[in-house]
Design a protein around this ligand. Structure first.
Ligand SMILES: NC(=O)c1ccc[n+]([C@@H]2O[C@H](COP(=O)([O-])OP(=O)(O)OC[C@H]3O[C@@H](n4cnc5c(N)ncnc54)[C@H](O)[C@@H]3O)[C@@H](O)[C@H]2O)c1
Length: 463
């Protein structure tokens, strides 16, 4: 074969992402060989946490920005570098078993889908995907490829959220009547922009084309996209809802066993074609479950400075809502679950005083019996564990994680449905989850997916 013919075939395969679909069956008991897509920012943390598992070994590092390898190389020297994850997958071939994906949101689904089709296990950052349709496809493909998956909302495995889930599921506040969840950020907090700025020179060592990946072409501009600030932009990020929805709504989904909503409605300010809205309230109606009261349950999200009515929380005087978190309104009382802090039960007159487990443990060690009633006792608290190690264990031991794509897919779908609703303020969108349709609302339906740049298309899950 001539060199140019070989080059042509290689380019054609890269462009169409035509990787052969193979499911590998290597014995993973000894070691899991892992490739990382995105090595700085959250990727740096993801690699460190996964690598701390005794059976994990990184064999490939991919980043579109050459300046970002120095830090990771210091901690994990000698791992081969790539700029293009497609080339990394091809070159490593059978020499890797699993992938961590820690890229901006618009570039989660494609490397994850290609990896799963190759039979690789995937740890993918939150939100699992950039659109509801992508979340559905990843869920279906994960089941089809029979790979071990985990979404990167690591607080899912932390003691705070686990304790909150246990308190709800053991009925401490009775059946749940409503949930209110909030985060202070505005959707375009990092740039404050509503239109693309003037183009600027692409820094040496950055491949802007590879960074864009699936997204429509646009000029590079310094500081507003890469790194981190892509969050504000509709083409790349998912606003406050995408940044924090998969964290804050995770214990709500887990505790109440929620799945697809019946409808979603937003009241939003500042929606525009380029960046996420400044402020929004989003209301999902879910079918009732064994942990909820009545046929339906309403979950309401507030961001950009909006908050639920604090009197709903039945807080004692002087206590305020946490900066971000949820209140679960139950038949017997309220649970406030702050974002990464221990839950509390209210009203205190009924449940007793809310102590943190450290205080209670100290008292127990000193054999000091609390004189007051304790709302949540030591035995009610659940320990946390490594979300990252759980994924490696699932791979080596052949069981599922609790945050696999069968769970994370529907959670991300609901989050991204919220982002669709925020662009149709005041309009109630009924959701037909099976057909993936908003009946009678084709303009909203169009936003369930996005246009992929030529050569970077995501294809539907294999049948
Ligand atoms: N779970 C959490 O607590 C948490 C916290 C922060 C970020 N995140 C998530 O992690 C992801 C990354 O966020 P970030 O703040 O680290 O972003 P970032 O812009 O800092 O990017 C992370 C790294 O990925 C690289 N990169 C970008 N596109 C790439 C591509 N196509 N191929 C290979 N490398 C690429 C960047 O150069 C950078 O090194 C996002 O999805 C975000 O939502 C999760």
């Amino acid at each position: 074969m001539t060199l140019s013919r070989r080059n042509f075939l290689r380019t054609a395969a890269l462009a169409t992402l035509a990787f052969p679909a193979i499911v590998r069956a290597r014995n993973l008991n000894s070691q899991v060989q892992i490739a990382a897509v995105g090595v700085d920012g959250k990727g740096y943390g993801d690699i460190g946490e996964v690598a701390s598992h005794p059976k994990a070994r990184f064999v490939g590092f991919c980043d579109i920005d050459a300046s970002r390898f120095a830090k990771i190389d210091k901690r994990h020297p000698g791992v081969t570098h790539f700029a293009d994850w497609r080339e990394m997958f091809r070159k490593l071939g059978d020499g890797f078993d699993a992938v961590t994906v820690s890229t901006p949101d618009h570039m989660h689904a494609l490397p994850t889908m290609v990896a799963m089709r190759l039979g690789k296990h995937v740890y993918c950052q939150k939100p699992l995907t950039h659109t509801a349709w992508e979340a559905r496809q990843l869920r279906l493909q994960a089941a089809r490829s029979k790979v071990r998956t985990q979404m990167g909302n690591q607080i899912h495995s932390a003691k705070e959220y686990r304790t909150g889930v246990k308190l709800i599921q053991t009925g401490r506040i009775g059946k749940v009547l409503a949930v209110h969840t909030w985060h202070p950020n505005t959707g375009n907090k990092y740039t404050g922009m509503t239109a693309a700025p003037a183009a600027g020179p692409v820094p040496a060592g950055v491949s802007w084309d590879l960074w864009l990946g699936t997204a429509p072409n646009r000029d590079y501009a310094p500081t507003v996209y890469h790194p981190f600030n892509w969050r504000d932009w509709v083409d790349f990020g998912s606003g406050t809802m995408g940044d924090f929805g998969c964290h804050l709504l995770d214990p709500v989904f887990t505790a109440l066993k929620l799945g697809a909503p019946l409808s979603v409605k937003a009241d939003s300010v500042g929606a525009n074609a380029q960046t996420w809205c400044a402020q929004q309230t989003i209301e999902w109606t879910f079918p009732g479950t064994e942990y909820t009261k009545g046929n339906t349950l309403t979950v309401t999200w507030y961001d950009g400075g909006r908050l639920p009515d604090a009197t709903l929380a039945l807080l004692p005087p002087g206590k305020t809502l946490s900066a971000a978190g949820s209140i679960f309104i139950g038949e017997l009382g309220v649970m406030m679950l702050p974002h990464v802090a221990m839950p509390s039960l209210y009203p205190e007159e009924k449940f007793g005083k809310n102590h943190n487990p450290g205080d209670l443990a100290r008292r127990a060690r000193a054999q000091v019996k609390p004189t007051d009633k304790v709302a949540i006792d030591l035995a009610d608290f659940v320990e946390g564990s490594s979300h990252y190690h759980a994924w490696v264990d699932a791979i080596t031991q052949g069981h599922e994680t609790t945050d696999n794509f069968a769970y994370a897919g529907p959670l991300t779908e609901a989050v991204q449905l919220g982002n669709v609703a925020s662009r149709f303020s005041g309009v109630k969108l009924e959701w037909d989850a099976v057909a993936m349709k908003f009946p009678g609302k084709p303009e909203a339906e169009a936003l369930l997916t996005k246009e992929y740049r030529k050569g970077w298309e995501l294809t539907a899950a294999d049948k």
